[in-house]
Write a protein that binds this ligand. Structure first.
Ligand code: ADP
Length: 191
């Protein structure tokens, strides 16, 4: 099993690179952002609750996203591996993920952290807002998402560095060059 966490600030390219990783390595993509947006679209109680946080750029409570993931991991015990995109986002989620995988005799193999400077992140997110109309890609919400990232999510880098799993990838430049840098890390792990 190859279980990868793709890590980085909002707009760092996690979704784009995940799509390429899935294609090459046949992994199951788990994006908590996509799962939550599907709940909002379905207008489920969970979706309504999640939207009140997401529209402000805040995190959805840990117990909610951890619950969603627990079910998903159990249901997919036959996959080649997972790519976790947008999860974990807090230390609590990181610890819970380790425990959920351990219960199934698995663990995180690698954490790939996409490093992009703030000005570039803001520019990318504003552009995405114009094109896709994603409602949280507006200047005000972007600012709170970045703050939340540095306050609550970035500490996970130290958590994974201590486990010897963190690989920082320069996340600016062409999509293919960034992907090539990730491939290098994965292929040297898998050998
Ligand atoms: P981005 O990385 O560009 O912010 P995502 O689609 O990953 O986009 O997340 C969008 C929003 O969904 C987040 O701002 C947050 O409100 C919510 N969300 C996604 N994943 C999580 C998570 N693991 N824990 C809490 N909230 C989450």
């Amino acid at each position: 099993m190859l279980n990868i966490v793709i890590f980085g600030a909002p707009g760092s390219g996690k979704g784009t690179q995940s799509a390429k990783l899935i294609e090459k390595y046949g992994l199951k993509h788990v994006s908590t952002g996509d799962l939550l947006r599907a709940e909002i679209k379905a207008n489920s109680p969970l979706g309504q609750m999640a939207e009140s946080y997401m529209s402000k750029g805040q995190l959805v409570p840990d117990e909610v996203v951890i619950g969603m993931l627990d079910e998903l991991i159990k249901k997919n015990s036959d996959v080649e591996g997972f790519i976790f995109d947008g999860f974990p986002r807090t230390l609590e989620q990181g610890k819970a993920l380790d425990e959920m995988l351990e219960k199934n005799g698995q663990s995180i193999s690698l954490v790939l952290s996409l490093e992009v400077k703030d000005e570039e992140l803001v520019e990318r997110l504003l552009k995405r807002g114009e094109i896709s109309g994603r409602s949280d890609d507006n200047r005000e919400t972007i600012e709170s998402r970045l703050k939340v990232y540095y306050d609550q999510t970035a500490p996970l880098k130290e958590f994974y560095r201590r486990q010897g799993k963190l690989h920082e990838i320069y996340g600016e430049g062409s999509i293919d060059d960034i992907f090539a840098a990730m491939e290098k890390v994965i292929d040297s792990f898998a050998q």
